[in-house]
Design a protein around this ligand. Sequence first.
Ligand code: BGC
Ligand code: NOJ
Length: 822
Amino acid sequence: MKYGFFDDSAREYAILTPKTPYPWINYLGNEKFFSLVSNTAGGYAFHTDARLRRLTRYRYNDIPLDTNGRYFYLQDGDALWSPGWKPVKADLDSYECRHGFGYTRFNSSKNGLRAKVLLFVPNGADAEVQMVTLTNESRAAKDVTLVSFVEWCLYNALDDCTNFQRNFSTGEVEILGGAIYHKTEYRERRNHYAFYSVNATPVGFDTDRESFLGLYNGLEAPQTLLDGKSANSVADGWSPIASHRLRCTLAPGESKTYVFVLGYVENDPADKWAPAPEPGLLQTNPRMRVLNKAKALALQERFSTPEKVMAAFDELRAFWDGLLSRFTLQTGNARLDRMALWNQYQCVVTYNFARSASYFESGIGRGIGFRDTSQDMLGVVHQIPERARERLFDVASTQFEDGSAYHQFQPLTKRGNADIGSHFNDDPLWLVLGVGGYVRESGDTGFLRVQVPFDNDASNTATMFEHLRRSYHYTLDHLGPHGLPLIGRADWNDCLNLNCFSTDPNDSFQTCTNKDGANAESVMIAQMFVYVTPDYAAMCRLLGLEDEARFAEDAAKKMAKQICETGWDGEWYLRAYDDFGHKIGSKECEDGKIFIETQGFGTMAQIGADRGYPLKALDSVKKHLDTQYGIVILDPPYRDYHVELGEVSSYPPGYKENAGVFCHNNPWIIIGEIRSGRPADAWEHYTKIAPSFLEDISDIHRLEPYVYAQMVAGKAARRHGEAKNSWLTGTAAWNFVALSQWICGIRAGYDGLTVEPRLPAEVRHATIGRVFRGVKYTVEVVNENPAGAVTLELVSGDAAIDGTLVVPGPTADVITLRALVR
Ligand code: BGC
Ligand code: NOJ
């Protein structure tokens, strides 16, 4: 069943009912000011850090779900309703929510009144702009009341939902004209405040939640709306909010547009205060000093008219069109072509938010993951190489001198922390992959020479390359009894906690350790080591370090041999060895006989290709792990908790790391299939998890059909096919790598661009566009036999062709190629 449709020409997903199977959300903001918005206008805003600078309040796991947001109430005669349906939930005559790239709009109507709402965060502005247009489509004049609502969060989102003994006494506000200012804690250590303004003179306002709602009412029926007048409340502690009441008369056919700005301002500590209260100003306590509002007023002025808003909106659209023009795909297969767009959009959002804030990540639990962001890089580096560079610098700055790493850092402070553990022994290698991806894309060899601190200590730095060298050698210096890398706390699979041995339900699997770590080994890290070696060796050579390059190539050969000897189970790659030296992911195991990760990395790195291992492993994936909804992460699921395995065995069968379809590593198999010469199998795997291909089964899948989810319940689960954790997942980047680099076959290399399309047989002709190091490439693909030989011809432009490698000449700016696959 479908709940909406892709409007391809508008580049929007149109949702036609507020009652989607789960809130279907979008993200606003691209720099520092961010918001989440659901298809019923729920969500929240923050600046830079979802935990430390939360601007509006959200209640997690609330009932019904998703019940706080930026809400509008319309009162038209007896009718009370909301353009986003919530919070009033009155029946609407029409409803539509459209999520576009960086913006969301609503278009609803009731009793001849139409309300259009456009929400976006303009580039270069610390604000969410909300433009509300009301149109009287009836034949009689209407008196319409519009009431706005946002609830402030007291900035630290964790403290905000736990520390009530303090927080109920700290709230402070100011009110001046159409603007409501949230100044809690500004007197002391905060140099920032938020505001919510409208470009009109309100007939009433509220800033105290209880006065607005009534103590026993919910957001669906605020007392002030039932009474028909605002309380004009000035908050004093408790829960400060911001609500405007506006009134207008609309003749038949007449429209009226209001612009609301939810803004954030930082002031210089020396310049925090205004010399005196402005005339007409109201505030919590009249004896207090008042905010320096200069920057807030400038922001309000910047978006004071619909014309100014539309100009900023056009800029935003042009910005996204620019980002999405660097890789384009036209195949005639609408679902595939859509994925090329929406997948890239998700990659940028995931890069921006890391794993912090979604409808499954609370924004208070996790900062930016070392491994996560290094992988996210792979999905955005062609669009925003400069920002990828900056992030890679920040990530590497949290690395320890011995090459190991904190598992995450907080975006506001950029400091590493061990809140969710450290010494995940795969982490260092992801940095090599991320930096390699960046240097291949940009050609910026200089980045390898930039000085980068260890553990954020500016007095202790080394070149970026030296960071990579330590990452690489960290693996080699920490080998276990089978000559394979020690796993540490875990590898990519955060739940393979082989040194944890926890029997206390109050332990976090992510931080608890009861073993010395000298035994448990990861076959996956061994494979990753082999997989990243070509990148590492190439970067050594860019710096003239031939000896180190050779050393690495030799080390990778030895590691591959070791994997064949101690990491192969007969029909597939083993997963790991536990602390007792027992096999994990072997036919000898009772449960957890085969895992996807090592079949993915083993085949991507083509380990044991001369012995036929990759194809055997891929066949085993089909036989044991594949389902109609994608490939499960392991099989059979663990039925019992295994103290020696940790969290992986803690989940019920079919969920998350215990045999869910972990969408993140499905693309590893897709890439492995293509590398092993089986593009048709790759395509089949691709279509099982690509969200646009699942649109018709939204009632089963339940999450947004325009973005990937981290997990779909596996075959052992009763809810097989149901997705969870949409949006912020490494799934986005890896599927884009699979699509762009392997299915489309466009790969940025150190010396040029490889073009080797492996499109599905049903696509006979395709046009692929790619901007690479400033040169615009167009590839016309003629696809006669997807697994056949690729012949590249230069149609126009300055380039040399060497097999499937295109090396641009000195005058190249536009290059057109023809790729014949037959
Ligand atoms: C989840 C993992 C996640 C980890 C760290 C675990 O509970 O299953 O997917 O990476 O927590 O947050
Ligand atoms: C989610 C984490 O963000 C990611 O880093 C990890 O690799 C997967 N879970 C698998 O455990």
